[in-house]
Design a protein around this ligand. Structure first.
Ligand code: DAH
Length: 340
């Protein structure tokens, strides 16, 4: 009988250590330790034994029962732990992954272009100065030598806020404020919004300009050219060339329109979509500050000279990012804005 018990016990321990499924643990328990289990069956033969043999067999059976139960519990714990590990492995989360629901904000292309331009001129010593968007008609027009009968003063071009008060039509309006309030040398950059009654694919009633002004003893046209050449190379690429075309603006003499060589085709392709085959892109107006402005500001025009330029920020941003329609800039469409 002892041999039988040992054989059942050893067999059970072997099975338990080999079992791989949690369900099978219970099967084994029932098969060995259950009411009709193998161990119970053996113990049924206890009555047939000599009385002095019985306690020994009983003790041996209990010892096996204890061992088997212990082994079942241990294996069960092992299998449960393994199942938990597998689940954790499968459902692993990486807390360092960026969330999919949140969008990262970005600066508007106009803000980006403005900052880049300011940074480039900043390296040449230009300080940023701002003026009000609601401006006097005097500073917007008279002070920069735009006469009373000039067509720019027409209601069709200018938003009048009241008698003698306008929404500034250009950042040149800041020039006289700067000239008056600062002792020369004046080397400033005036970024900001300007307003005109205009609305189509290339014109918006509100847009942005950056005015530059450098006034000092002995500032020459060649300085203007050097400064603009540096700017063009920094913004549009090292191979960029610039050219001056004679033009007229009341606040400068001589005045010029300034083009940069097309960064897309480098002036080489008649079918270029950016420059329309001309090889050049017009980006700003510039010139030598008109002596009348110096007189008005209380400077002696024989002592100081200076240059001024005005550029459109949207124009630069549209060229840099190949944006086909100006109106996209102001519609707040996130599909457009997300691209920057
Ligand atoms: N104020 C001009 C405009 O709005 C741009 C401009 C042209 C500014 C020539 C200047 C300049 O300072 O010299 O179209």
């Amino acid at each position: 009988m002892l041999e039988k018990l040992d054989s059942i016990g050893n067999q059970a321990l072997k099975e338990i250590s080999a079992v791989n499924a949690l369900d099978s643990i219970e099967d084994i328990r029932i098969r060995i330790l259950g009411k009709k289990g193998a161990l119970s069956e053996v113990l049924k033969g206890l009555g047939a034994l000599a009385p002095e043999e019985r306690p020994k067999m009983g003790a041996a059976a209990n010892e096996w029962k204890r061992k088997i139960e212990e082994s079942l519990a241990a294996r069960k714990a092992e299998l449960e732990q393994a199942r938990l590990d597998a689940e954790l492995q499968e459902q692993r989360i990486d807390p360092t992954l960026p969330s999919r629901l949140l969008y990262r904000g970005a600066l508007h292309p106009i803000t980006q272009a403005t900052r880049r331009i300011i940074q480039v001129f900043g390296r040449l010593g230009f300080d940023v100065v701002t003026g009000p968007e609601v401006e006097t008609e005097f500073l917007n027009f008279d002070a920069v030598n735009i006469p009373k009968d000039h067509p720019a003063r027409d209601m069709q071009d200018t938003f009048f806020m009241g008698p003698g008060v306008v929404l500034r039509t250009h950042t040149s309006a800041v020039q006289m404020r700067a000239l008056r309030s600062k002792a020369w040398p004046v080397r400033i950059l005036c970024p900001g919004a300007v307003y005109r009654c205009d609305n189509d694919a290339t014109h918006s009633p509100m847009f942005h300009q950056i005015e530059g002004l450098w006034v000092d003893r002995g500032v020459k046209m060649s300085d203007l050219k050097g400064v603009l050449e540096f700017f063009a190379r920094e913004i549009f690429g090292a191979d960029t060339k610039i050219r001056f075309r004679p033009s007229y603006f009341p606040f400068v003499e001589p005045g010029a329109e300034v083009d940069v060589s097309c960064f897309q085709c480098s002036g080489g392709s008649p079918s270029c979509r950016v420059c329309k085959g001309s090889g050049w892109l017009e980006i700003l107006g510039a010139g030598m500050v008109h002596p009348k402005l110096f007189e008005l500001a209380g400077y002696d025009p024989s002592q100081v000279t200076g240059f001024a330029f005005g550029l459109g920020v949207e124009r630069v941003a549209m060229l840099l990012h190949r944006i086909p329609d100006l109106r996209l800039m102001f519609q707040g469409d996130v599909r457009f804005l997300n691209q920057f």
